[in-house]
Design a protein around this ligand. Structure first.
Ligand SMILES: [Zn+2]
Length: 273
């Protein structure tokens, strides 16, 4: 994908990007950050409809569906209304400094009996839900998964945006408004997403540290692969590549009990060094 006149354009072989203008925009901006959100809605179309309503006073530059379909609603050099009250690195009101991507996702889910239910009352099957603790919260909750095609579309769009506008960083809404917002939440593979999008701009190896005790060091990318051993908190590993949110890594130093230096760790258990 590439950017032309502040709009995202698909290259040959890529699915077309639709443009549906939102009235909820103003002023010219010079973006420095990319902000990732989820819509907390029932479908991409319902979010697109909402962002076309002047009374909503809300919008985003892009909306990406579970099927990977991308809709742009505000040109990238115009202010969209996605961040609200927010601050980061000495800046406040991040709408003036950022490009916002909304991923269609119902968000945090509640356990009701043996069902998972969204805030708007729709039930979701177990297969669409991960149970995880939000980095800003103390207890585990259910979170609706993002689909692989949705994440891939988000990566492709973000690669084009990040390099075209020479952005400084990628953040979650929960980074810039931590007391108020929990999107995109723990189901979004932020660490691997950042590595994929920012990786091309960095020529040194990406180093990570384990963020918990007893992190499984597996023989492949998934829970069904054996654990070759466990890593203590604070072990440094070098990123090799990834399959979605599973990182293929190399131990920076030998670790007792682990014979092979390479293995797989879930990216939610790793933090940037
Ligand atoms: Zn948000």
């Amino acid at each position: 994908m590439r950017i032309s006149q502040h709009k995202l354009v698909a290259e040959n072989g890529e699915a077309a990007v639709s443009f549906v203008n939102s009235p909820n925009q103003s002023g010219v901006i010079t973006p420095a950050y990319l902000i990732i959100h989820y819509t907390a809605g029932g479908s991409a179309q319902s979010s697109i409809n909402w962002f076309q309503n002047p009374g909503a006073n809300a919008s985003a530059h892009l909306v990406i569906g579970l099927d990977g379909k991308i809709t742009q609603m505000v040109p990238f050099n115009k202010k969209a209304y996605h961040a609200g009250v927010s601050s980061w690195a000495g800046l406040s009101g991040l709408n003036s400094y950022s490009i916002g991507i909304e991923l269609d996702n119902p968000g945090k889910l509640k356990r009701v009996g043996n069902k998972w239910v969204s805030w708007f009352g729709v039930e979701y099957p177990e297969s669409k839900v991960i149970i995880a603790k939000h980095k800003n919260q103390d207890t585990e909750s259910g979170w609706h998964i993002f689909t692989p095609v949705q994440i891939e579309a988000c990566i492709k769009a973000s690669l084009a945006i990040y390099s075209h506008y020479k952005l400084k960083d990628i953040l979650g809404h929960d980074d810039i408004a931590p007391g108020r917002k929990e999107d995109p939440g723990p189901a979004f593979p932020m660490a691997s997403f950042k590595s994929r999008v920012k990786g091309r701009q960095e020529d040194h190896a990406a180093m990570f540290k384990t963020t918990g005790e007893g992190v499984r060091f597996r023989t492949g990318p998934g829970l069904n692969y054996d654990a070759a051993g466990k890593l203590k908190k604070g072990v440094t590993v070098e990123f090799i590549d990834n399959v979605m949110d599973w990182f293929h890594v190399k131990l920076a130093q030998p670790v007792a009990g682990i014979s092979e230096p390479e293995g797989w760790v879930h990216s939610s258990l790793l933090g940037r060094v």
